[in-house]
Write a protein that binds this ligand. Sequence first.
Ligand code: SF4
Length: 374
Amino acid sequence: MSISVRRLHPTQPAYSLTADVQNFLQCGLQYRYARTSRLPWSDSPQLWFGRFVCDCLQVAEQQVRHGLQPQPPWDPDRISQLCSMVTTRLQAEQIVCRSRSRQQAGLQCVTVAINELGPLLFPLIDAAQVPVSGSRWFPTIASTAATEDHQPSHFVLTGTVPALLRVTAMDRTAAACPLRQELLSHRIELAEGQTILVDFKSAHRPDLHRGSRHAATAGSDADQWRALVLSWLLAQQTALPAAAVVVYLHELSPSAAALRRLRQAQQVRTAHVLLPHPDSPDAALLHEFRDGHKPPQLSRNFRLQRAFRVIPVTPAALQTALQTADHAAQRIQTCRNQEAHSGRILSAWERNSHSPAACNACRARTWCPDFRGR
Ligand code: SF4
């Protein structure tokens, strides 16, 4: 008697939105070394700054939500204790900052974020660090190595929603909240029970740094793409958020270089840059700002306006964002298969050397054929 053998089913690959898809879109080869060979990502101060600022804000929100700390504003000692704790955690992951000026900028950014954004946002947060996931079909790409290899038909995409706001709380506590005003300016009317997805970025608003590493990811706007994919993943578990909001934390304490670029944009009235009203005190402060002078203190309302970027969640925008994620997952799979076939890493993985800053900070630059800085 012969016994039939059950057919082996290919296992579904799982991709993290941040660790896999987003990093692959920045550079496939760098992703390969960091993710599979566990080479540290980079030793850039920007990596430290981003993790430090976002982690400090996240820990502060957690402590307030669990009643371990009062609602902000906090005094410098309390903030300094929090920063020391986060610095120690990052050191354990070998993420350190050797630049004293960068450390000071990080501390300044965290202080303003906790004391100005915290009182506004913390009471509205319904849930934070929400794990989300969803299953996606691989798009069919003809005549690739991946299709020849009988790759699985779909994959699991995972992510973490940094914060979720619920509308009822917003109505009760913040009728005049700048965030609510920003939503209304995009004609987003909130109904009872709807949610707002919030993503935090330690950077300036991208209208000031077009052509940077951010812009090189996922086409022209990585932040919008990421927020939309997170919205879809959230919808697989609860409901689609009414909107996504990306909060650019560095806009709360802008650097002198960012203010210079803002002044320049104001002088030529650059269309895509969010500028103060021409007759406002902020416009006058920017106009009078001279190189080498102390940077002006722009109004809290204008800084918050630049910090909050509302992204409407529409079916068309979701579809475009998901297509980018699907194709990136397919390309990762293709590169993996090519490496398995050829036994070569350098020729199997895509490389993206469009951002000199990213290449300069890359740990694989010493042997990468595309590194131009030698
Ligand atoms: S040096 Fe540039 S192109 Fe080469 S792996 Fe690093 S980021 Fe990619």
